[in-house]
Design a protein around this ligand. Structure first.
Ligand code: FAD
Length: 456
């Protein structure tokens, strides 16, 4: 008999419950990935993520080939393609990872109905793309946690399943056609310093991180120039790493760094369970309603300056330029550029979230939209009116200005005392730098935010 494993956001062979179940139940297995047109239309198909995906699919195929198998790639409507391949292979079961997003759940329902009509069973496996899946822990009075701290208490006590080894052999039936695997070549508009995808790369990163990074995470994670976070986010997004396995390994490493790191992994699951319960939060205010935002049209020049990293606030510009160059941004940078757009420029958070999703290699609807809402004060933050002052933040998290100098060459030779406030330099020096003046004075931005807050 034959089983089919449908890979989605779980592009790996280690700790893969659907693959393990398929191998346990069948002599032969079809490992299938479908380039789902609907996902592409929903905004996934941006160059940076397509490039990382191409790396991941090639690496998955290589891993399967090393075990006697191969990856089957199709594209089109996912339900149609799975049914077609299941028919060609005469599969009697399909295995798939659970995914809480509205699109994935709707797709899963359609798939179940279509497969059942052909006499094929669909098995959906939990804790593949999350450590603790949406709905696994819930408060007594609601379908999801709206506040992180109590969620984290329950999340931490949840007994995770044990990680699974990668299979030794995978036998794929003959004669199942596959499209050619995509590659980075031919993609234009990529960030020049984009990370490399694939399970092999992801696992190497984790090993290096646990050996020599995690110990300094607690004190170093906010240091912009120190770059002391794991950079595992794209691997978690594409599932080249298992969150369950990562939590186990980090806990084994132990210490305050590991504790702080595991807490961040819980944030990822937290946002997933919010979005699973409230799918509309991807585009509408989750808790506090704010309106009369300035929009792309009404604040066109400000938005352009923000996107291009020429607001005149060095740390904001550095972070925005890092995003463009790497397709990734440090978390502290994400926080303060989001605060600047929404609270200082008072521009709609959706404008910023869209720009991030156009570039981020880890761009993820749950994490991105809900972090944007958190910072915009419409989401789960218990202090929705907090404003991050870009100068104070810069002095705290980039005290020597090394991060700013790395990304804003105009300020390369400015001393630490002025690098975060170049407008304080004598006029002659300032003009010679060729760096923009602030697009808005901070007090003016703050006053605009206060007025808007009173109205809403
Ligand atoms: P580490 O600090 O090493 O953390 C380890 C892992 O924990 C991360 O890889 C990530 O999976 C998870 N994590 C860390 N912080 C958060 C958080 N605040 N919320 C949820 N999960 C977290 N993360 C994304 O993965 N995709 C996004 O699209 C995304 N958009 C964001 C937008 C804004 C405005 C903000 C403020 C944050 C966003 N984040 C997003 C969260 C966070 O910034 C990134 O996960 C983190 O910077 C990735 O770097 P790292 O892997 O080195 O993180």
């Amino acid at each position: 008999n034959v089983s089919l494993v449908l890979f989605t956001a779980d592009l790996r062979l280690h700790d893969h419950p659907p693959l393990r179940a398929a191998l346990d139940g069948a002599r032969q297995v079809v490992p299938l990935f479908v380039r789902d047109r609907a996902v592409d239309r929903a905004g996934f198909a941006v160059p940076n993520r397509l490039a990382f995906l191409a790396d991941c699919l090639r690496d998955l195929d290589a891993g399967l080939r090393a075990r006697g198998g191969r990856l089957v790639l199709r594209s089109g409507d996912l339900v149609e393609q799975v049914c077609r391949v299941a028919g060609e292979a005469e599969a009697d079961e399909v295995h798939l990872a659970a995914d809480g997003s509205a699109h994935a759940r709707h797709r899963e329902e359609r798939l179940r109905t279509a497969l059942e009509a052909e006499g094929v069973r669909l098995h959906v496996h939990d804790a593949v793309t999350t450590a603790v899946g949406p709905g696994t822990v819930t408060p007594a009075s609601s379908d999801h946690f709206a506040v992180f701290t109590p969620y984290f208490g329950h999340w931490s006590r949840w007994r995770l399943r044990e990680p699974l080894d990668a299979p030794r052999t995978v036998r794929v039936p003959e004669g199942i056609g596959s499209e050619d695997l995509p590659s980075r070549k031919g993609l234009s508009g990529l960030s020049p310093a984009l990370a490399t995808g694939g399970e092999r790369e992801g696992r190497e990163r984790v090993t290096a991180w646990l050996r020599s990074g995690i110990g300094a995470y607690e004190e170093g994670h906010d240091d912009l120039a120190g770059d002391a976070t794991s950079r595992l986010s794209p691997h978690l997004h594409f599932g080249t790493l298992s969150p369950v396995e990562l939590v186990h390994r980090a806990r084994r490493a132990g210490g305050p760094g590991a504790e702080a790191f595991v807490r961040q992994l819980a944030w990822r699951d937290f946002h997933r369970q919010v979005l699973a319960a409230r799918p509309e939060a991807a585009s509408t205010d989750y808790r506090t309603k704010r309106d009369r935002w300035r929009t792309e049209r009404t604040a066109r020049e400000d938005v352009e300056a923000w996107r291009e990293g020429r607001t005149g606030y060095p740390v904001v510009d550095a972070a925005m330029r890092q995003l463009r160059h790497e397709g990734w941004m440090h978390n502290r940078g994400r926080l303060l550029t989001a605060s600047f757009l929404t609270k200082t420029l008072y521009v709609d958070w959706r404008v910023g979230a869209r720009h991030f999703l156009d570039l981020l290699v880890d761009g993820d609807v749950a994490n991105n939209q809900l972090n944007w809402q958190w910072m915009a004060g419409t989401g789960t933050d218990s202090r929705p009116n907090r404003v991050l002052n870009p100068v104070t933040q810069a002095k705290r998290y980039d005290p020597d200005g090394a991060y700013v100098r790395r990304w804003v060459p105009e300020l390369e030779h400015v001393a630490a005392s002025a690098v975060h406030e170049p407008w304080k330099l004598p006029e002659e020096e300032r003009v010679a730098l060729g760096y923009p003046e602030p697009i808005v004075p901070l007090p003016e931005g703050l006053a605009r935010f206060r007025r808007a807050r009173e109205r809403t």
